[in-house]
Design a protein around this ligand. Structure first.
Ligand code: A3P
Length: 283
């Protein structure tokens, strides 16, 4: 079914598509969110490894944190719910930079942004659209890819999202991570995270975190936990079973036709021509 025939699942706010689970009132009030100086924001475009990153941070011993649900999920009562969190808050979000609450910028809260190769992100999102009852299912990969390239999907264009955040890549309160690097050398990424958060973690604890956050471990835990409603990281579902699909780099090759690949590369080259992140993703 096309997004037009299921308008109730999605709505547009300031030109960007959101799930109706993010109420217009909440989106319109984001700037009244009261950030705390020690808040940590986990930011990503959907399907870039948000759950993985959140789990890694939750598993850091003695971090003294509480993982909350996304700042943009729910209605206006959200801010009160977040206000009640007694510990240091780790708050996930898929918001682009412009929409991030102004107090987060003013207070220079720590922000970890994770980016993933957009071809794999598109494939992952195609499956999410199909499997997630909160999203309108697209009939074919070709139809979904067209929407993705137009930015006609939840949270808008991958390019706009990444570029909006890339401008802040070198801000001292921002850490940029790549999904592919986390896959290739997990401990290197983990060391970046712990150094950024200023938390000491020894080698044995690092090994433990690596094991407990492997794809297979997380996938089987999701099945066991059976969708803990208090463990919502993505504003598009509370069902963790929908999240763990393949967890690999390069699955796009099984989906893109040569023609689709050329069209994608052309758009990528045009949009990311001045982007360091773009160059990095192409390497
Ligand atoms: P695939 O659909 O390609 O498998 P998000 O958490 O932002 O929704 O991202 C979901 C993607 O991250 C899915 O990609 C999922 O399988 C992958 N993922 C989740 N946990 C992972 C892990 N521990 N290691 C590697 N990839 C993981």
């Amino acid at each position: 079914m096309s997004s037009e025939s299921q308008p109730s699942l999605l709505h547009k706010y300031r030109g960007v598509i959101f799930s109706v689970m993010s109420s217009e009132e909440l989106l319109g009030s984001l700037d009244s969110f009261d950030a705390r100086e020690d808040d940590i924001f986990l930011v990503s475009y959907p399907k870039s490894g948000t759950h993985w990153l959140a789990e890694v941070i939750e598993r850091i011993p003695n971090a003294g944190i509480t993982l909350t649900s996304p700042v943009e999920l729910g209605d206006i009562s959200k801010f009160e719910e977040l206000r009640m969190v007694p510990k240091r808050r780790v708050i996930p979000t898929h918001l682009n930079y412009e929409m991030l609450p102004v107090t987060v910028k003013q207070k220079q809260c720590k922000i970890i942004y994770i980016v993933r190769n957009p071809k794999d992100t598109a494939v992952s999102m195609f499956h999410y659209y199909r499997d997630n009852p909160n999203l309108p299912s697209t009939e074919t990969w070709a139809a979904f890819l067209e929407l993705f390239l137009k930015g006609d999907v939840v949270y808008g264009s991958w390019f706009d999202h990444v570029l909006s955040w890339e401008e802040h890549k070198n801000d001292k309160n921002v850490l940029f991570l790549f999904y592919e690097e986390m896959k290739k050398d997990f401990v290197k990424s983990l060391k970046k995270i712990t150094a950024f958060l200023g938390i000491d973690v020894n080698d044995s604890e690092m090994g433990k975190i690596a094991r407990s956050t492997s794809f297979s471990e997380m996938k089987s835990n999701a099945a066991k936990e059976n969708c803990d409603p208090n463990h919502v990281i993505c504003a598009l579902t509370s069902n963790r079973n929908l999240v763990f699909r393949k967890g690999v780099v390069g699955d796009w090759i099984n989906y893109f036709t040569p023609k689709q690949n050329r069209a994608f590369d052309e758009l990528f080259t045009e949009k990311m021509r001045n982007s360091e992140v773009g160059r990095h993703l192409k390497e």
